[in-house]
Design a protein around this ligand. Structure first.
Ligand SMILES: *[C@@H]1O[C@H](CO)[C@@H](O)[C@H](O)[C@H]1NC(C)=O
Ligand SMILES: *[C@@H]1O[C@H](CO)[C@@H](O)[C@H](O)[C@H]1NC(C)=O
Ligand SMILES: *[C@@H]1O[C@H](CO)[C@@H](O)[C@H](O)[C@H]1NC(C)=O
Length: 520
C-alpha cells in the first residue's frame, strides 16, 4: 500500500511522523479528518446471485432447481412464506441493474449463473439458447460500460434432477460439475476473466446436508455434511483444472473458490483451543486442503472425527479421507482466496456438551467440533442478529489468512449488512465504514487484497429469511410488480468511496439529488 499525505497531516511532531512512517501498523493511515485512502488498484464492486434476483423461474426453457422444487412443495420454507419465482425480476430488468452499477461507479459486478437456465437437462447435451442469450446480454452490457463480470458457477441452485441423483453426495458430481464448467467456459470465457467455482461450501454442506436450514435440508449431521465436503472440494478442483489446462492458455483469466468465514475469538485464554476448533470446523476444512502448505483436511478435524467415529463403533471415520492423489488434485486449486465475511463470534468450551470421548451421542458435526459460541448483544447495531458488528474480527481473519496461508491474494467476494428495510440506512453505512476500515488495517499490515465486494447490489430473496432481511445498496419494492429499485443512503456513501477512493467517515450525502452516471 502506498502511503499518502494524510498520514503526515495527522501528527504534529516530526518525530511522530518518522515513527509512523516506519510503523504503519500502529498509525493505521488515519487523517485528522477521519479519512483513509484506498489502494489505487483495489477493485471495488457489488454482488448478487441467480436464484436470489433473477425470477423467471420457468421462463424460456429453464428447468427446476432445488429451490424451485422444494419451495413449491413447501411454500413456507422461508420465514415469510415467499420464494424466488419473481424475486427482483432481474431476468427482465438486467439493464436497470447495469444502470445501478454505473451509478455506483463499480469496477466489477459479481453475479452467478443459473445452471438449469443454461442446461435444462442438467447435462451439457442440450444448451438452452434463451439462457445463453440472457447471460450474453448481461455480460455485453457490463463490458460496454467498462464493468468487469465476476461470475460464480455455483451459487446454491443445484438442478433438481441432480439432487434426485444425490447432489453433492454422489461422487459423479465431480464429472457433472466439470462438464458444466467446461461448457460455460466455452460459452462465456472469451469475455469473462474472473471465475468463482463454488460459493460458500460450509453453508451448502452444513446448512443443507448436515442441517435442514438450507435446501435440500437433508438434516444428516456428521455424515452427509462430510461426504458433501469431499465431493465439493473435488468438483471445485475439477473445474479449476479444466480451466487451468484447457482454457487459461487462451482465455487468460483467473479462477477461485469463495469460502464463507466467521471469525471465532476465544472467550478467554482457556478457550483458545475451542476457538481454533470453531474456525477449523467452519471454514478451515475447506481452506486448509487448498491453501495450506501440504493440503488435506486440518489434522485436528481428521483426528477428532476419526476418534469419535471409532468410539461410536464405526469401522471408519465419518469424514471420508482424501487419498494422496486427491490431496494433490485439490491442493493449490485456487488462484485467490475468495472470502465472504459478515460477522464474528465468541467461542468457548462447555465441559458438559464437550463429549469428546462419549459414545452416548450419534453422529453430530457440532459434537465433533465441540465448541459453543455466542455474539454479545452490544454488537447489534440494527435489526438483524446475523450481521452483528465486530469489524476487528475482519482484520483478524485477514491476518490469519496472511500468516497461515502464506499471504495468498484475497478477493473479498461478499461483505454486507442486513436490515429490515428503509432508505436512510445509517446502520449499514456504519457497518460498511467499519469493515472497510478494518480491511484497510489488514492491508496496512501487509495483507494482499485484490478486490472488495458489497453484498448486495439490491434487496433479494435471502433464502430462509425470504424478503425480511435486506442487504441491498438499492431497495427493491417487492410489492410493486415493476420491482422499482431505489438507492439507499449506503449506495450514495459507497459511490463516494469509489469515486474518491477515500473512506471518509463523515461524508453526508444529499439524497435529494438522484444518483446518476456519465453518459458514454
Ligand atoms: C433434524 O434431525 C434432528 C434429529 O437429529 C431432529 O430432532 C430435528 O427435528 C430434525 N429437523 C428437521 C427440520 O427435520
Ligand atoms: C453447557 O451445556 C449444558 C448442557 O447442554 C447447558 O445446559 C448449559 O446451558 C451450557 N452452558 C453454557 C454456558 O453454554
Ligand atoms: C410490502 O407490503 C407489506 C405488507 O403490506 C409491508 O409490510 C411492506 O412494508 C411493504 N414493502 C414495501 C417495500 O413497501
Amino acid at each position: 500500500m502506498v502511503m499518502d499525505g494524510h498520514i503526515n497531516a495527522a501528527f504534529n511532531l516530526p518525530i511522530t511522523v518518522a515513527f509512523c512512517l516506519t510503523l504503519v501498523v500502529v498509525c493505521g493511515g488515519y487523517s485528522r479528518h477521519g479519512s483513509r485512502r484506498l489502494p489505487d488498484d483495489l477493485l471495488l464492486g457489488a454482488a448478487t446471485a441467480s436464484y436470489q434476483i433473477e425470477g423467471a423461474w420457468d421462463a424460456d426453457g429453464k428447468s427446476e432447481n432445488i429451490f424451485d422444487y422444494a419451495i413449491h412443495n413447501q411454500p413456507c420454507y422461508a420465514i415469510d412464506c415467499s420464494n424466488g419465482d419473481v424475486a427482483a425480476n432481474s431476468y427482465y430488468l438486467y439493464k436497470r441493474d447495469v444502470e445501478m452499477l454505473r451509478e455506483l461507479g463499480v469496477n466489477f459486478y459479481r453475479f452467478s449463473l443459473s445452471w438449469t437456465r443454461l442446461f435444462p437437462t442438467s447435462f451439457t447435451d442440450k444448451i438452452n439458447k434463451a439462457g445463453v442469450e440472457y447471460y450474453n446480454n448481461l455480460i455485453d452490457e457490463l463490458l460496454k460500460n467498462n464493468i468487469q463480470p465476476v461470475v460464480t458457477l455455483f451459487h446454491w441452485d443445484m438442478p433438481q434432477k441432480l439432487q434426485q441423483l444425490g447432489g453433492w453426495l454422489n461422487n459423479n458430481i465431480v464429472d457433472w460439475f466439470g462438464d458444466y464448467a467446461e461448457a460455460v467456459f466455452v460459452l462465456f470465457g472469451d469475455r469473462v476473466k474472473y471465475w468463482i467455482t463454488v460459493n460458500e461450501p460450509f453453508q451448502i454442506c452444513e446448512f443443507g446436508y448436515g442441517n435442514a436450514i438450507l435446501i435440500p435440508a437433508l438434516n444428516l449431521t456428521g455424515e452427509a455434511d462430510y461426504i458433501c465436503t469431499k465431493n465439493l472440494l473435488l468438483a471445485h478442483a475439477r473445474a479449476y483444472h479444466v480451466y487451468d489446462e484447457l482454457f487459461r492458455p487462451k482465455q487468460d483469466g483467473i479462477i477461485f473458490i469463495t469460502i464463507s468465514t466467521e471469525w471465532f475469538e476465544p472467550a478467554d485464554n482457556s478457550n483458545i483451543e475451542a476457538a481454533n476448533d470453531a474456525n477449523q470446523f467452519w471454514w478451515g476444512i475447506y481452506a486448509h486442503p487448498i491453501f495450506s502448505k501440504h493440503g488435506d483436511y486440518p489434522r485436528i478435524i481428521k483426528e477428532r472425527v476419526a476418534l469419535k467415529s471409532r468410539v461410536q463403533g464405526l469401522p471408519r471415520s465419518r469424514l471420508p479421507e482424501l487419498s494422496p492423489d486427491e490431496i494433490k488434485y485439490i491442493h493449490g486449486s485456487s488462484d485467490l482466496f475468495g472470502l465472504n465475511h459478515y460477522s464474528s463470534a465468541i467461542a468457548y468450551r462447555n465441559a458438559s456438551t464437550y463429549y469428546y470421548y462419549s459414545s452416548f451421542t450419534g453422529p453430530s458435526h457440532d459434537a465433533d467440533a465441540g465448541y459453543m459460541s455466542y455474539k454479545p448483544p452490544e454488537w447489534k447495531i440494527g435489526e438483524s442478529d446475523r450481521t452483528m458488528y465486530a469489524p476487528w474480527g475482519f482484520s483478524k481473519i485477514l491476518a490469519y489468512i496472511r500468516n497461515v496461508y502464506n499471504n495468498v491474494p484475497v478477493f473479498i467476494t461478499e461483505n454486507g449488512f442486513a436490515s429490515h428495510g428503509g432508505l436512510v440506512d445509517d446502520d449499514r453505512v456504519t457497518y460498511y465504514r467499519g469493515y472497510i476500515s478494518a480491511m484497510l488495517d489488514a492491508i496496512d499490515e501487509g495483507s494482499y487484497i485484490i478486490g472488495y465486494t458489497a453484498w448486495s447490489l439490491m434487496d433479494n430473496f435471502e433464502w430462509w429469511n425470504g424478503y425480511r432481511e435486506n442487504y441491498g445498496l438499492y431497495e427493491v419494492d417487492f410489492n410493486d410488480t415493476s420491482r422499482p429499485r431505489t438507492p439507499r443512503k449506503s449506495a450514495y456513501v459507497y459511490k463516494e468511496i469509489i469515486r474518491t477512493r477515500t473512506l471518509d467517515m463523515n461524508y453526508e450525502p444529499d439524497m435529494s439529488i438522484p444518483l446518476t452516471f456519465d453518459l458514454l
